[in-house]
Design a binder for this molecule. Structure first.
Ligand code: PMT
Length: 212
């Protein structure tokens, strides 16, 4: 099993970076639940403050480009890949070699797109296993998740409404929609720990159907 987790950090200069509020909790709980169910797990994670779960292989990365390279290298030997990381969609066009000085009243940052790791899994990496994405949305949760499912060739997209207080980014709880190609299932609010066990069950069932 491959699990991505946490935020990425996109450097601006030697002391500053762009990042987001992902704590890594959702991805680490998934890695823990897969491992507890007896599976070999590789956790590819951006920087977090969480201990790596026992029995889980760990590959730390910082940037979206590093996460892309790590996933590209390892995904070929995986049965299941779950993308819970909150990967930066844009990165600074240039990293300043020295600390950026305070000069004018405004500065403008030029950002460029990062590689879409989940979107590379099927065609670019040739991954034929069970592919599970997350969708972090603030509106049209199901429709946007279903669009991601189709565009990125996923077997399942786990959608969370990150505009709701108390769930999603940096919370101990989450509430998700399971968006499959043919139907959608809503799971109740739960701790990320308990939810991870439900998600692992749903992912195993999806994997079993796919192999038939
Ligand atoms: O880490 P926590 O604090 O526990 O919070 C959990 C979470 C809210 C981060 C998690 O539940 C979640 O929703 N993760 C996905 C966040 C996200 O970036 O969603 P997205 O809709 O922008 O991206 C869609 C999918 O593409 C995701 O599977 C993402 O990992 C993947 N992606 C996105 C951009 C990119 N360049 N490469 C990717 O692989």
């Amino acid at each position: 099993m491959l699990v991505t987790a946490g935020p990425t950090r996109e450097p601006l200069d030697p002391v500053r970076f762009l990042t987001n509020r992902s704590s890594g909790k959702m991805g680490y709980e998934l890695a823990h639940a897969f491992s507890g169910a007896g599976h070999t797990v590789l956790l590819v994670s951006g920087p977090t403050a969480i201990d790596v779960p026992d029995g889980v292989d760990f590959l730390p990365v910082e940037t979206a480009a590093e996460m892309h390279a790590a996933v590209e290298h390892h995904i070929g030997r995986m049965d299941v890949a779950v993308f819970a990381a909150a990967v930066a969609d844009y990165t600074p066009a240039m990293v300043a070699p020295e600390k950026i000085k305070k000069t004018g009243e405004r500065i403008t940052l030029e950002l460029v797109r990062t590689p879409d790791i989940l979107g590379s899994a099927r065609e670019s990496f040739g991954f034929a296993g069970t592919l599970v994405g997350f969708a972090a949305e603030t509106e049209n949760l199901e429709a946007n998740a279903r669009d991601k499912l189709r565009r990125k060739g996923c077997d399942l997209v786990i959608a969370n409404d990150v505009s709701k207080p108390g769930i999603g980014f940096d919370s101990d709880h989450n509430q998700v929609l399971l968006v499959f190609p043919e139907h959608t299932e809503a799971l109740p609010l739960a701790t990320k720990h308990d939810l991870a066990h439900q998600l692992v069950q749903a992912i195993f069932e999806t994997h079993a159907v796919k192999r038939c």
